[in-house]
Design a protein around this ligand. Structure first.
Ligand SMILES: C[S@@+](CC[C@H](N)C(=O)[O-])C[C@H]1O[C@@H](n2cnc3c(N)ncnc32)[C@H](O)[C@@H]1O
Length: 182
C-alpha cells in the first residue's frame, strides 16, 4: 500500500470535523474505500471525481508498477473501471454516501458548491497543466479551516503547479510527497 493512503486515512480518522470530502482522481476506489466507512459513520458525504480513463502523463507509460493508470480509449475498459468502483463501494456498503462525478475533473468542480468541503484531495491528472487546472477549480470549494491537499509533489509537473499557485507544507516521504495548503 502506498504511504499516502495511511496518511490520508489517519488524517481523516483523527479529525472528526472532516465530513464533506472530495477525492479528485479515485480510479477504482482503493483509497476511497479505506476512509469511506469513517465518513459514513459521521453521516458525511464524499464526492468521487474521475473520468475513469487513466492518465495521459508520460510517467504512466513507464514502469510496471504505474501501468495500472495508463490512458484508455476503449469505452468498454473505461466502463469496467467505473463499474469496479461501484462494486467496491457496494462491498463496503458505502455507495449511498458517495456522489460519483464522471468526466473531466476541472470541469466537474462547478457541481460542488463553493466553500462546502472539509477536505479535498487532488490526485487526478499529474501534468503541470492538469494539476494547475484542478488547483484553480477546487481551491475555492474548501471551507475556511478545511484541508486542501494532494498527491505526488515529487513529480515535476505537480511540484511546479503547486508552487505557482499555493503556499504548502510538504510531507516528505519518498513514496508519497503530499502537499497540504497552509
Ligand atoms: C493516480 S490515479 C488515482 C488513484 C486513486 N486515488 C486510487 O486510490 O487508486 C489518477 C486518476 O485520475 C484520473 N484522471 C486523470 N486525469 C483526469 C482528468 N482530466 N479528469 C478526471 N480524471 C482524471 C485517472 O482516470 C485515474 O483514475
Amino acid at each position: 500500500m502506498s504511504y499516502y493512503i495511511p496518511w490520508l486515512v489517519n488524517t481523516i480518522e483523527q479529525n472528526p470535523s472532516l465530513t464533506t470530502i472530495a477525492e479528485v482522481g479515485v480510479f477504482q476506489g482503493e483509497t476511497l474505500c479505506k476512509y469511506a466507512p469513517i465518513i459514513k459513520e459521521r453521516n458525511g458525504l464524499i464526492y468521487a471525481v474521475d473520468w475513469f480513463q487513466g492518465n495521459t502523463s508520460e510517467i504512466y507509460k513507464g514502469p510496471e508498477a504505474q501501468q495500472l493508470h495508463y490512458f484508455r480509449t476503449e469505452q468498454s475498459e473505461i466502463d469496467e473501471i467505473y463499474q469496479n468502483l461501484i462494486d467496491n463501494l457496494i462491498k463496503i456498503d458505502c455507495l449511498d454516501i458517495v456522489v460519483i462525478l464522471r468526466g473531466d475533473s476541472s470541469q466537474l468542480a462547478e457541481q460542488i458548491p463553493d466553500t462546502s468541503l472539509d477536505f479535498c484531495f487532488i490526485d487526478a491528472d499529474h501534468t503541470y497543466e492538469g494539476v494547475s487546472k484542478d488547483i484553480l477549480a477546487y481551491k475555492n470549494k474548501v471551507k475556511e479551516g478545511g484541508m486542501f491537499c494532494g498527491h505526488d509533489y515529487g513529480q515535476p509537473g505537480t511540484k511546479q503547479a503547486v508552487d505557482e499557485n499555493l503556499i504548502c507544507n510538504i510531507e516528505h516521504d519518498p513514496t508519497a510527497q503530499i502537499w497540504i495548503q497552509k
